[in-house]
Design a protein around this ligand. Structure first.
Ligand SMILES: *[C@@H]1O[C@H](CO)[C@@H](O)[C@H](O)[C@H]1NC(C)=O
Ligand SMILES: *[C@@H]1O[C@H](CO)[C@@H](O)[C@H](O)[C@H]1NC(C)=O
Ligand SMILES: *[C@@H]1O[C@H](CO)[C@@H](O)[C@H](O)[C@H]1NC(C)=O
Ligand SMILES: [Zn+2]
Length: 758
């Protein structure tokens, strides 16, 4: 054969086979099945399980008995902040064994540990006439109460001191209580040089101490009054723990007295992480300089009796102690309060674990819960949360080992030192602020997951619709035929509260603008008294008085797992922006109603001193009927209304996108699929950024760490959420210029939000 013919044979072969390939290709493509973007994505990332499979597996595999086992482990030994590194390591090892990528992140923070204390009644001659035990009873029924290395009763961040002084009673120690006493006694020095006794309740305990300190008090004693136990008292025939559900008379609430509403975290490193040789600052802005002690009602009884008939008493000041008339004093006898604390810079241990997402890695969902406790037990706080977090990790780990990869990255955090002032989460948030701002879509918080039978929830309104949807999928532990949502709706119309502070979501929402939720079951009507932060928050108490079956734990575990997975698996981020816009609008209208009458007159001011300021301004020629803040307010409301309309349309748009995801397309419309994927990317990024438009870089006045202009702890409450604190505080103070400033900041945020979603 000549080379030529050989060549032409070869050419014919090439031509034929090319034709064959093209024909085969065309044939296949023509009859190729139409597929949806959702299916393409799953194939591309080699997922085999559908969202339905995953959810079913979560509901079926979450086991109450595993959670009970976890709780047994966590409640068996003391794990005060910065101690028991072994428990952090155990947690890390568990997470690793479930298939998570887990490690420990340490910070060096300022903490105190108790050395010694005393509280004595002293007569005129300096003779001690009564010595408070400052101890909780050891109960033979409850082994946790008798541990040799159990944690003494004390306050986190309380000052050292040994003070002797006359004492007074100031009810709950709220701002309003102190103001009332000053006003009614007409004595601005009423608290000066005294030891102040307050009962627990109402506001964060650190602020009770702060207000006393600001008024010149020398020390503070805070006790638990049975009058605040919702009628579950011996007086009403209930036996006390361990014989019954009422509070044990020796029960003491430990806790932090940090000035939480000024800023959480390590008080020596406000706004930056406590790592290495970092610069430390004077912590006195954030923690008390006067000593304080927590005590039981049994210990306080003889002390309060000393006040009977001395000084006035006011409506709402009476508690439930027999033989006490709750007079404010001052006493004739004195109290000696001695508090000795070992302050040091010491390591704390956050355990962080991740399952890396397949598709949207820069939209991580973080689920966190603290691990440290004031007591060895802490079956409710925080170990109901810790036990649930591990079960969540196990259930998702089983899925992961079966080949499932979450669409978005899932991260778990077991925080340390929450109890002292959200220290572990705050330092982590400050350390990774850039990562979190760019990559964390939402934060889910567990703390006290179960302390009773009533479901409660709080969170950013963008997540409310998803919260309700998920609650509909969870059977209620009391009755498998009804959903968690049904009971929630019956109890409280499925109310979702505002996040203030008091747990680890604070750095995420208030500082970094990450939409967050906080959920759990707490005490409802008739539930046993929750002996919060006392030795009686033990495994024995949980197992015998709160829940035998551990089904409430299982329900919250399913809820949180399903919530995180629903958020991670839905292609279009499951945020509802109209609910956000409507909620802000409602808040603003409520503030306007409270402070600005229709004519622009300020109304609803609560204290005389504010009234006084209003009058002073008026006298200086300020005309309230044409007050500029009233006009600014109308303006803000108008913008808020426009935001609601835009948000409404945006929700319609994103639900269209989500529908298109499951639409089947022929292959040659691949460009439509690509366009859809691109539109989803953009929509998700916008949803990601929305809440961050409500951060103000300068922060709130006098507490700059708090950046969110909508959500912050109340400056006078600490726990409870205050909405639009900038506007509200300015109006409370009668500071009109400031009110106008905050109204204009608010308007700018609403406008950017509207612009983002346009
Ligand atoms: C505290 O002060 C009291 C009264 O002044 C005194 O009796 C007591 O010894 C002091 N305690 C300590 C540990 O210094
Ligand atoms: C609900 O169903 C679960 C699992 O099927 C079962 O273990 C539990 O006892 C049931 N609870 C009630 C109150 O029926
Ligand atoms: C739940 O529903 C089933 C079927 O409707 C019924 O047989 C059962 O008694 C119900 N259980 C409860 C606790 O209401
Ligand atoms: Zn807690």
């Amino acid at each position: 054969m000549t080379p030529r013919t050989r060549h032409s044979t070869f050419a014919r072969f090439v031509a034929l086979s090319t034709f064959g390939f093209v024909f085969f290709g065309l044939f296949t493509l023509t009859f190729a099945p139409r597929t949806s973007v959702r299916r393409d994505l799953r194939r591309f990332f080699q997922g085999t399980q559908t969202e339905f499979d995953v959810k079913r597996s979560i509901l079926l595999n979450t086991k109450a008995e595993n959670i009970r086992e976890n709780s047994l482990k966590y409640t068996a030994e003391p794990h005060l902040a910065g101690t028991n590194k072994e428990l952090a390591e155990w947690t890390r090892d568990q997470l690793q064994s479930f298939g998570w990528d887990a490690g420990i992140e340490e910070y060096e923070v300022y903490l105190n540990y108790p050395l010694d204390h005393a509280l004595n009644l002293v007569d005129d001659n300096g003779k001690v006439i009564y010595e408070a035990s400052l101890e909780e009873d050891v109960l033979k029924e409850d082994p946790t109460t008798g541990l040799r290395d159990r944690v003494p009763t004390f306050h986190g961040y309380s000052a050292n001191g040994n003070v002797t002084a006359q004492f007074v009673y100031a009810n709950y120690g709220e701002k309003g209580d102190y103001d009332l006493i000053l006003e009614k006694t007409g004595d601005p020095d009423f608290f000066k040089g005294k030891i102040v006794i307050t009962r627990y309740g109402g506001i964060f305990r650190g602020l009770k101490v702060k207000f006393a300190q600001d008024l010149g008090a020398k020390g503070v004693v805070i006790y638990s009054d049975p009058g605040d136990d919702s009628g579950i008292t011996p007086e009403n025939g209930y036996k006390t723990y361990p014989k019954g559900p009422a509070r044990n008379p020796s029960s003491v609430q430990r806790g932090s007295v940090q000035f939480l509403s000024l800023g959480p975290g390590d008080p020596t490193t406000p706004g930056y992480p406590s790592k290495g040789a970092v610069e430390r600052q004077d912590p006195s802005k954030y923690i008390p300089s006067i000593p304080s002690l927590p005590v039981s009602y049994r210990d306080i009884l003889p002390i309060l009796k000393e006040l009977n008939g001395r000084g006035e008493t006011f409506d709402g000041f009476e508690g439930g102690l027999e033989g006490v008339d709750y007079s404010i004093g001052p006493s004739k006898t004195s109290l000696n309060l001695y508090n000795s604390q070992d302050y040091k810079i010491t390591p704390i241990y956050n355990v962080i674990a991740s399952l890396t997402g397949s598709t949207y890695q820069n939209e991580a969902i973080v689920v966190g819960n603290h691990r440290d406790a004031w007591i060895a037990g802490g079956a409710a706080d925080p170990n109901s949360g810790s036990a649930v977090l591990l079960e969540l990790a196990r259930v998702l780990g089983v899925l992961s080992k079966a080949g499932w990869t979450p669409t978005r990255t899932l991260t778990l955090a077991s925080w340390d030192a929450e109890e002292y002032g959200l220290v572990g989460s705050t330092e982590w948030g400050e350390d990774h602020s850039k990562y979190i701002s760019d990559n964390v879509l939402a934060y889910v918080n567990l703390d006290v997951a179960v302390s009773g039978s009533k479901f409660h929830s709080a969170g950013s309104p963008v997540l409310s619709a998803l919260q309700r949807a998920v609650a509909k999928e969870i059977p209620h532990p009391s009755d498998n035929n009804t959903s968690l949502y049904d009971v929630w709706k019956k109890d409280s119309r499925a109310y979702i509260g505002n996040l203030g502070s008091g747990s680890d979501y604070t750095v995420f929402l208030d500082h970094l603008g990450v939409p967050s939720i906080d959920v759990g079951f707490s005490g409802g009507k008739g539930d046993p008294v929750y002996q919060y932060h006392s030795n009686y928050d033990s495994f024995h108490w949980m197992d015998n008085f709160v829940e035998n079956a551990w089904e409430y734990h299982a329900a919250i575990s399913k809820y949180v797992t399903l919530f995180a997975v629903s958020l991670s698996e839905r292609e279009v981020v499951a945020f509802n922006v109209k609910e956000y816009a409507l909620t802000l609008s409602k808040f603003l209208k409520a503030i306007q109603r409270k402070y600005v009458g229709a004519s622009g007159h300020l109304s609803g001011l609560e204290t005389e001193s504010n009234e006084q300021k209003v009058l002073e301004k008026d006298n200086s020629g300020f005309d309230t009927s044409t007050a500029p803040w009233a006009e600014s307010f109308d303006d803000v409301l108008k913008t808020a209304k426009e935001f609601v309309e835009t948000a409404h349309k945006y929700d319609e748009y994103t639900s269209e996108l989500q529908k298109d995801i499951i639409k089947d397309w022929p292959w040659y419309k691949y460009y439509k699929k690509l366009a859809l994927l691109a539109r989803i990317r953009v929509a998700n990024r916008k949803l990601f950024h929305l809440e961050k438009l409500f951060l103000s870089s300068n922060g709130l006045q006098g507490r700059e760490w708090f950046k969110h202009i909508v959500y912050a702890p109340g400056r006078y409450t600490g726990y409870a959420g205050e909405v639009f604190p900038g506007i509200v505080e300015a109006l409370e103070d009668g500071d009109y210029e400031n009110a106008i400033k905050w109204l204009s900041i608010t308007k700018a945020s609403l406008k950017s939000a509207k612009g983002l979603l346009k």
